[in-house]
Every structure is written in structure tokens, then in C-alpha cells.
Design a protein around this ligand. Structure first.
Ligand code: SF4
Length: 222
């Protein structure tokens, strides 16, 4: 394993920033950069992204938004029409019903504007803490830790958190990760988890944070 240095989150983040520069951004950050940055667009895109690769999420979300971007516009589509538009993501039939219901409720209960409120966001069918936190962090500008499977896996391997579920990771990161990294951690660790600290056979021998990482649970690596 070699000699390990005391974990320095600032230095680790700086190195990860450099390491992910060549890779595509995570889907929600990419869509934000393209102007699909409202809480409603981000939440609809996050629903689309569940159990779907970023490569499929991006064109699927763009196709929906070409036809309808606001809650009012989406609520005027039928679930069947939404299903046609998002048919390239997994579980599209169920997600089409969820997105339609989301749009309808936003129009009827919130005057057409999705509020930046955690309890409201998780009250929609199909929306869990991960999507709620990502929307609050990315679209609402609130300091939130967005934990997906990559953030959960990588921060546990580092030894920075010791948790069993992404929900526990969210809580532990909220306690110890400096606030300035709360939104960025997701933007960094999704590409880092896909290309460097991969689920199987992580690229430890060339990893820029090897000297800080405890490699918890890593039995074989490249
Ligand atoms: S690739 Fe290896 S050294 Fe790098 S963060 Fe992952 S487990 Fe740690």
C-alpha cells in the first residue's frame, strides 16, 4: 500500500479536480451548463437519470426539454407523449407518469414554480434524497451534499467516511466535509468514480490521491 499521508481533504479535492478535467461532466451539471438549470428541469432530469447512464440521460432529457421545459408545458403533455419522448431511458413508462404528476402538482399546488424545499421535493413520487439534494445544490444554490453511488463508494474507500448506505454517507459528509465542497463533491466524484476509482478494479497504481487513500475494501486494483 505504500506510506500513507494524513488525509487532507483540500489537497485531495485539488488533485481530483485535475484528474477529472478530461472527462465529461455528470449529467445534471452538463445540463445546467446548457441552460437547463431551473429546479424543475433539474428534478425532471434527475428522475430520468435514475438507473440510467449519463450517456442515455443527456439526450433523453434534451429531447423532453425541446418539447416542454416548464411545469405548465410538461403538464399539458399526456403521460403517453412524455413516455414517447423519454423512451430512451430505463423505466421510462413509470418515469413518464412521475414527471407528468410532478408537473401537474407544481402547476396546481405551487403556481407553476417548483419550490426549493427539501420536504416538498421528496414528496413527489420517484424523488429520493439524492435527487432532492442535487436539485437544491445545483439549481437552488443551497449548500447540499449530493451523494450517489460514486460519492458513497469513493469517500468510503478513502476512509473519509465509514458508512453502509448513501443516506448515511450524506449525513456523515454533512458533518465533516467543509461546506465549500458540498456541491462540488458530486460534480467531481461522479467522473472520478467512473474513470479512476471504478467499482471493479480501481486504477490505484496511477491514482493521484493514492498516498492519502486508505483503499478500504479494495482487494484488487489496477
Ligand atoms: S483509485 Fe484506489 S487509490 Fe484512488 S481513490 Fe480509489 S481506492 Fe483510492
Amino acid at each position: 500500500m505504500g506510506v500513507k499521508r494524513t488525509f487532507d481533504i483540500g489537497e485531495v479535492i485539488r488533485r481530483v479536480r485535475r484528474a477529472v478535467r478530461p472527462y465529461p461532466k455528470a449529467a445534471l451539471f452538463e445540463l445546467t451548463g446548457e441552460g437547463f438549470s431551473s429546479p424543475f428541469e433539474q428534478l425532471a432530469a434527475c428522475i430520468i437519470s435514475i438507473r440510467t447512464t449519463d450517456e442515455a440521460t443527456l439526450p433523453t432529457a434534451r429531447r423532453l426539454f425541446e418539447h416542454a421545459r416548464t411545469p405548465l408545458e410538461v403538464s399539458r403533455l399526456t403521460p403517453a407523449r412524455i413516455d414517447e419522448l423519454i423512451g430512451t431511458c430505463s423505466f421510462h413508462e413509470r418515469k413518464a407518469r412521475q414527471i407528468h404528476e410532478l408537473a401537474r402538482r407544481v402547476v396546481e399546488e405551487f403556481g407553476g414554480e417548483l419550490p426549493c424545499d427539501f420536504e416538498t421535493l421528496v414528496s413527489f413520487t420517484g424523488v429520493g434524497p439524492k435527487c432532492a439534494n442535487l436539485v437544491l445544490g445545483i439549481a437552488c444554490g443551497e449548500p447540499r451534499v449530493g451523494v450517489d453511488i460514486h460519492v458513497h463508494r469513493v469517500t468510503n474507500r478513502w476512509g473519509y467516511v465509514q458508512t453502509k448506505t448513501p443516506e448515511q454517507t450524506t449525513e456523515m459528509l454533512a458533518e465533516k466535509l467543509p461546506r465549500r465542497y458540498w456541491v462540488e463533491i458530486n460534480r467531481l466524484l461522479v467522473p472520478f468514480g467512473k474513470h479512476v476509482c471504478t467499482g471493479r478494479l480501481p486504477h490505484c497504481s496511477t491514482c493521484p490521491v493514492l498516498e492519502f487513500c486508505r483503499q478500504v475494501g479494495v482487494r484488487a486494483h489496477r
